[in-house]
Design a protein around this ligand. Structure first.
Ligand code: 26V
Length: 835
């Protein structure tokens, strides 16, 4: 059985003094567990069931509720403090928060580990299986949503008066299963059981007015134009506990419901189903998360979701502002609103609407306040992911907002004409409206023009955004453009996920790294310390065998913890190039088939990630990886030397297990396409070495660790751009025998004996259609880097040295650093400590 603890061994004196802690949380002398303690009372009164008959799910709920009871007073006190101090508040608006599980994290942040372990013992509760009862809150697609969750942790830990706003999707990110190698999707009904963390506040509902109604017709969403309607936004609040437990901020998620619960007139005439139709349609607005992280297809439901988030959140924060302040002029001194991508960019016209029509300010003042309050973060340069919404939808649903957009654009046009006279085409490129065919609103342009700050999420990305994607806008407003390199929370991703390594680090340098990750650089000299290297290696070995044990119990799959664990985990996407990784494996496999006697360290290649349900090629890539895994498993020549595993249903909890256990992290996107990456940082902190391209934040990671401690390869972003014109994958196919052999093997149906031609589309992507993401150009350099990496692995002492230097260099990638930069350079927000 795994000995995975939920918090590390370091218990401070403070943590040991449980009753003092409870007092600090305002709980008085109550007992957490024991007869008549919180836990027993919840078990009994929440379930009205005999204590001997409750199941482990109910035990989880009672435990989580007891933890929530403990933090409730701090939660209240936090809001009271903010009300009293009236500081500038930060609002983080995001369509996604990929939270994962909360129980272990909250217990850790509250310092309640000793209490919880003791309580579990007393009540004969198996803590590990209890923790497994909590479903992941999968309210996000990938990096963008997980970043928002890490930011919440840092905002609270830095004691910033901040709040997250999002949507309470009834169904989160779909569950993935694999049949015959193919991905299948199932709905993620994560709220099937009561959620112990949420506090629903119907009393703080807000109204959202639309100029249309909508109906569900045959399962699709239809607008009924011209028939105005009102929706209700119901707040579902979740506590965001700071490390140390002093501050407890709020994540407020909105669910939609109909305002006139159902139409009594229709009801009394007997048309019961008719009467309920509006309610059903309204509630379906927040039913499901859009499971596509790359294309903003024309979906009116997504458009409505975005406006709903914006309208509810702005109404709520304006109401809060009005409670504490009398003068509108102070709005932007009291409120900072960060837009997580363009998804909440309708905040620009919506805030203008409120300031003009409800506060009755003049245009100039409203515009000044709007620009000063709003800031926008861009997360992708992929043209297909840049949102553009049909103007027609604005007209039908929120015509007043459209009117305001027109006026913003008219004034913007005058401004541009004044600065660059006579260049009509210049304005067409920066205009908020795309003409020709169906007219559309360009949401990125709207966000940039209507805010005071636009940032990218890593140095190279911010630079490309400024010099290519929105070059003209950056020329017009150079002072608005800046970079904020992403980070991740070291609490969840090191302290919680990897207790063995966290312990080794704390033994060596004390525990200040938990709040100040730069402290990790003090590990650098220890790379030369044999004793430290040994404990470091032992911690990795422990994480690996724990992972192997878990995998065996969970799925029956067997992996060898003495093999190299080589991982690539992320959404499946052509630009992320899982195919390049798979080609590397085919090539290594060919080498072994040809010369079974060559030296090769045993290796396990882990892949995990979801494909958007409509992204056929991404699904085929999953199928290919699974077939590759099957073929290799069935070949006695390579048994025990190469293994490929596609782990199903990648999610936050799986990442927390796999990342600590990995030796090698693959970050191999076509240079210029991955905005930042954030799993790259988690791997680095957990002592994996990176093999990767010079893209996103990986560039900065190599800078911090020293390029000698990295395995960088392949075309640079500049080279990718300049080679496009003449690049031909055929050249590589014809001139590189190993590349050719690998492709020929695939096209010969070697990996698809019973499914002839199933991988033909791979030929199209990689050869016939020109290999847009340049897999073949980077394949040979990838294998050369792989060779260097394996040479290092053969010298275990040098390998561990480098992993230590990587961990020591990872301090910059704490989301605490990122949030400090946002706070001082964009928001001008200061900490507001609670007592
Ligand atoms: C776009 C769309 C389009 C409409 C349907 C739903 C949907 C959901 C998400 C997106 C935006 C995807 C952008 C994104 O996730 N970017 C990632 O952001 C990470 C955090 O900054 C960054 O590390 C990754 O490199 C970047 O790909």
């Amino acid at each position: 059985m795994s000995t995975r603890r939920i918090v590390p061994m370091e218990t401070t004196a403070e943590q040991q003094d449980v009753s003092r802690l409870l007092k600090q949380y305002g709980c008085g002398p109550i007992q957490f567990a024991g007869t008549d303690g919180l836990y027993d009372r919840h078990l009994l009164f929440d379930n009205v069931k005999d204590l001997d008959t409750v199941g482990v799910r109910q035990q989880y709920e009672a435990f989580a509720r007891s933890v929530r009871d403990v933090l409730s007073q701090r939660w209240l006190l936090t809001e009271k403090t903010y009300e009293r101090e009236n500081p500038k508040r930060v609002y983080y608006l995001s369509m996604e928060f990929l939270l994962g599980r909360s129980l272990a994290n909250n217990v850790m942040n509250l310092g309640l580990d000793p209490l919880v372990s003791q309580a579990a013992k007393q009540n004969k509760v198996d803590l590990l299986s209890l923790l497994e009862q909590e479903p992941d809150a999968g309210l996000g697609n990938g990096g963008l949503g997980r970043l928002a969750a890490c930011f919440l942790d840092s905002l609270a830990t830095l004691q910033l008066p901040a709040m997250g706003y999002g949507l309470q999707y009834e169904y989160g990110m779909f569950k993935q299963s694999i049949e015959d190698g193919w991905q299948h999707e199932q709905g993620d009904n994560w709220l099937r059981h009561p959620d112990p963390w949420e506090v629903i506040r119907p009393g703080e509902a807000v109204e959202v007015k639309l100029n249309c109604s909508f109906r569900l017709h045959g399962g699709t969403f239809q607008l009924v134009r011209g028939q105005a309607s009102t929706l209700l936004g119901i707040p579902h609040d979740r506590p965001v506990v700071a490390y140390g437990g002093n501050t407890v901020n709020t994540l407020r998620l909105w669910s939609a419901s109909a305002s006139n619960y159902f139409d009594f007139q229709e009801f009394s005439s007997g048309a019961f189903a008719e009467a309920l139709a509006d309610t059903l349609a309204a509630e379906s607005l927040t039913r499901v998360l859009y499971p596509d992280d790359s294309t903003s297809e024309g979906q009116v439901l997504r458009f409505l979701q975005e406006y709903f988030l914006v309208a509810c959140s702005l109404a709520d924060l304006v109401r809060r502002f009005r409670r504490a302040n009398t003068e509108w002029v102070t709005f932007a001194d009291k409120v900072a609103i960060q837009l997580n991508d363009t998804h909440p960019a309708m905040s620009v016209p919506e805030l203008m609407r409120i300031l003009l029509d409800e506060a009755h300010l003049g245009w100039d003042q409203a515009w000044d306040l709007t620009q000063r309050a709003l800031a926008y973060t861009n997360h992708t340069l992929l043209p297909e992911a840049l949102e553009k919404w049909p103007l027609d939808w604005f007209e039908a649903i929120i015509p007043r907002n459209l009117e305001i957009i027109f006026e913003i654009n008219r004034r913007f046009h005058l401004d541009v004409q004044g600065r660059i006279p006579g260049d009509r085409q210049y304005f067409e490129r920066v205009s908020l409206i795309e003409e020709g065919g169906q007219r559309k609103i360009r949401m990125a342009n709207l966000a940039i023009v209507g805010s005071h700050s636009t940032n990218g999420v890593a140095g190279i990305h911010s630079e490309l955004l400024r010099t290519t994607t929105v070059r003209e806008l950056a020329e017009l407003f150079p002072e608005r453009f800046n970079n904020k390199t992403n980070g991740v929370t070291p609490r969840r991703w090191l302290l919680l996920a990897n207790p063995a390594l966290a312990h080794v680090i704390t033994e060596a340098i004390g525990n200040t790294w938990i709040r100040d990750l730069d402290q990790l650089k003090r590990l650098k000299p220890l790379a030369e310390d044999k004793g430290f290297r040994d404990s470091f290696q032992e911690a990795k070995r422990k994480a690996k065998s724990q992972f192997a044990d878990w995998l065996k119990t969970q799925s029956g799959q067997v992996v060898d913890p003495d093999s190299i664990f080589d991982s690539q985990v992320k959404r499946i996407h052509e630009y992320k190039r899982q195919l390049l990784n798979a080609l590397r494996v085919v090539l290594l496999y060919n080498r072994l088939r040809e010369k079974p006697d060559i030296e090769m360290e045993p290796r396990t290649f882990f892949f995990a990630g979801k494909a958007a349900p409509a992204y056929q090629l991404a699904k085929l890539i999953i199928k290919f990886i699974n077939n590759l895994a099957g073929t290799i498993d069935g070949d006695p020549i390579v048994r025990g030397r190469l293994k490929v595993l596609f782990l199903t249903d990648y999610c936050v909890s799986l990442a927390e297990r796999l990342i600590p256990a990995s030796d090698v992290s693959n970050q191999i996107s076509t240079a210029g396409y991955e905005a930042s990456g954030t799993s790259n940082m988690k791997f680095m902190m957990n002592g994996a070495l990176t093999i990767g391209t010079r893209d996103g934040a990986t560039i900065e990671m190599a800078e911090e660790a020293g390029e000698d401690n990295f395995f960088l390869f392949g075309l640079t972003a500049d080279q990718v751009a300049s080679n496009r014109a003449w690049y031909s994958p055929y050249w590589h196919y014809e001139h590189e025998p190993e590349t050719r052999a690998a492709l020929d093997l695939i096209f010969s149906d070697y990996f698809s004996r019973n499914e002839p031609h199933v991988f033909e589309p791979l030929r199209d992507v990689l050869l016939t259609h020109g290999d847009f993401y340049m897999h073949l150009a980077d394949l040979k350099p990838y294998l050369e880097a792989d060779r260097r990496m394996m040479d290092l692995y053969a010298r275990p002492d040098d390998w561990v040295r480098k992993t230590i230097l990587n961990v020591a260099g990872s301090g910059k990638f704490s989301s605490d650093r990122t949030i400090r930069e946002y706070a001082s350079e964009i928001w001008n927000a200061k900490p507001c400590p609670v007592e």
